[in-house]
Write a protein that binds this ligand. Structure first.
Ligand code: ARG
Ligand code: ZN
Ligand code: CA
Length: 234
């Protein structure tokens, strides 16, 4: 693909306390991050180590906010059990993003392609959504939603969700890595005999702080495109 594809996006704000009913400005700030990062227009991509700059790829995906819903709930918080999706149901065929309070330090979760329509979409913690309003450091860069939409388009964590160097993300140009990285690591961080360059911890599909993640690779973009031509063909 050489022209951008537009994903029509619906944001469902589900709130108990009034401050969880985040502003339109906070929602717009998240859309701006999606439209920047999924076009590789983020300025922090200049921090990608030289050895990997040739792998940085533009997914050519844009996001159009077509509707915002706002729904009060008596639940003070939600888990990763899809229960928030029963409060407001998804619009079929769209990218549905629920924004709510999540329990236990969870920043977000996503449904991979091929799952049931009634739970399809991504869920993001309100305090990790967008870059203004209630967004709180170090997850106030809008990157949780970038990461979750990556999952929704078929991407796995770059360490492959096993902590023994046998995990695989099914993407050839991301190095094998032992486990999730957190915080703001310094390059290189070598695990799993992946020297000299080590883990690609600055990838959106690792677990580092928002300010420390700034790239998708060409291989990841190919995988997202396969999803958009297959199970998520608009
Ligand atoms: N823990 C979440 C997940 O696995 C999201 C992590 C997002 N990381 C971030 N720096 N915003 O889906
Ligand atoms: Zn994840
Ligand atoms: Ca890989």
């Amino acid at each position: 693909r050489t022209t951008p594809i537009t994903l029509q996006t619906v944001v469902h704000v589900v709130y108990n306390r009034d401050e969880e009913n985040i502003s339109d400005a906070q929602i717009e700030s998240q859309l701006a991050v999606l439209n920047r990062d999924f076009r590789a227009r983020n300025e922090d991509r200049t921090q990608v180590p030289d050895v990997w700059t040739s792998l940085v790829a533009d997914p050519l995906i844009e996001f159009e906010l077509i509707e915002t819903t706002r729904t009060h709930t008596d639940e003070r918080s939600f888990g990763a059990d899809d229960s928030v999706k029963r409060v407001v149901k998804p619009h079929p065929g769209r990218l549905n993003v629920w924004v709510c309070t999540l329990a236990g330090g969870l920043l977000g979760y996503a449904q991979f392609p091929g799952g049931p329509a009634k739970t399809d979409g991504v869920v993001v913690l309100n305090r990790a959504f967008g870059t203004t309003g209630t967004a709180a450091a170090p997850f106030d860069g809008g990157r949780t939603t970038v990461h979750e939409v990556g999952h929704w388009l078929g991407l796995r964590h770059i360490w492959g969700d096993r902590n023994d160097c046998t995990g695989d993300d099914f993407v050839a140009d991301t190095p094998r890595a032992q486990q999730a990285n957190t915080g703001r690591p310094t390059f290189p961080h070598i695990t799993c005999d992946n020297g000299p360059h080590g883990d690609m911890f600055m990838n959106y599909m690792d677990y580092v702080d928002d300010a420390a993640m700034f790239m998708f690779t060409a291989g990841q973009v190919a995988r997202m495109n396969a999803t958009l031509e297959g199970p998520r063909k608009p």
